[in-house]
Design a protein around this ligand. Structure first.
Ligand SMILES: Nc1ncnc2c1ncn2[C@@H]1O[C@H](COP(=O)(O)OP(=O)(O)OP(=O)(O)O)[C@@H](O)[C@H]1O
Ligand SMILES: Cc1ncc(CO)c(N)n1
Length: 269
């Protein structure tokens, strides 16, 4: 069985962060492992508190994972401080981790800031250069490229600029801002639009986490990057189209939509 590691924060409401990653990796047929960067107290309406782990304890989790079950891919999500980013960069370099997918999480769907200003600099210097692919949304790509993105043309320019500057492939997500589900992949010898059909579902809590861990799962299984993205897009479209409706805010998706067996039968109407 292929394995994947999520380095991310816990979402107590289960739809984003570590919880979304474990569900996504499991539903995509890989064995999920975790190194928790922070606990968040949150639900579908917002984040009320964040408690970070110490950099030493994050490093200890990474040591235990890498020395025993070497992950076939790594997904990195919420990392709120520069010291935690340094700890991750040191360990991923030490263990020569491969297939690193970095979701540069900056702001939650609900609007809460999930990274400090100084940490963005460290992210750029230490972590982004280690990634196989990063998956910014438009506001995140604006921060990384230092340009405004108002159109598909702007997306192409920003993605090319980020690829040239950091040397990692970029999957720039059009979703939130341009109001479609078209994402652009720019990497070594690749420039490809993935046309997603926008699904009319207000419940999008954890979409970014889910997409990046689905890409990591497919890289773990040996798919090439563009195939991994294509499969991840199909997975997230299915999870959104299942129209789960939980909570009072922007609710979570149905990560288990494609799992159909005697043990899941009762959850269906
Ligand atoms: N309503 C939708 N219909 C179809 N696809 C969607 C929809 N909303 C988001 N997606 C897809 O989900 C993926 C995640 O994109 P999104 O822009 O939501 O990420 P994000 O802003 O990083 O998410 P998060 O708020 O979790 O940080 C993208 O591939 C996007 O196209
Ligand atoms: C823990 C965590 N990571 C990422 C996000 C981004 O959606 C979130 N809301 N919570």
């Amino acid at each position: 069985m292929r394995t994947a590691l999520s380095i991310a924060g816990s979402d107590s409401s289960g739809g984003a962060g570590i919880q979304a990653d474990i569900k996504t990796m499991t539903a995509n047929g890989v064995f999920a492992m975790t190194a928790v960067t922070a606990l968040t107290a949150q639900n579908t309406t917002g984040v009320s508190g964040i408690m970070e782990v110490t950099p030493a304890f994050l490093a200890e989790q990474l040591d235990r994972v890498f020395e025993d079950i070497f992950p076939d891919a790594v997904k990195i999500g919420m990392v709120s401080s520069a010291a935690l980013i340094e700890a991750i960069a040191d360990k991923l370099t030490e263990y020569k981790a491969k297939n690193i997918v970095l979701d540069p999480v900056m702001v939650a769907t609900s609007g809460a800031r999930l990274i400090s200003e100084e940490a963005i600099d460290t992210l750029k210097k230490r972590l982004i250069p280690l990634a196989e692919v990063i998956t910014p949304n438009i506001p995140e790509a604006e921060v990384l490229a230092g340009t405004e993105i108002r159109s598909a043309d702007d997306m192409e320019k920003a993605a090319e600029q980020i690829f040239a500057e950091y040397g990692c492939a970029v999957l720039l997500k059009g979703g939130h801002q341009l109001n479609d589900a078209n994402d652009l992949l720019v990497g070594r010898g690749v420039k490809k639009w993935f046309e997603g059909k926008r699904i009319d579902n207000p419940n999008t809590h954890g979409t970014g986490c889910t997409l990046s861990s689905a890409i990591a799962s497919n890289l773990a299984k040996g798919y090439a990057l563009d195939e991994a993205v294509e499969r991840a897009k199909r997975y997230i479209s299915g999870a959104l189209a299942a129209m789960l409706d939980l909570g009072h805010g922007s609710g979570p998706m149905d990560h288990a939509f494609a799992i159909d067996n005697e043990f899941t039968a009762e959850r269906k109407n």
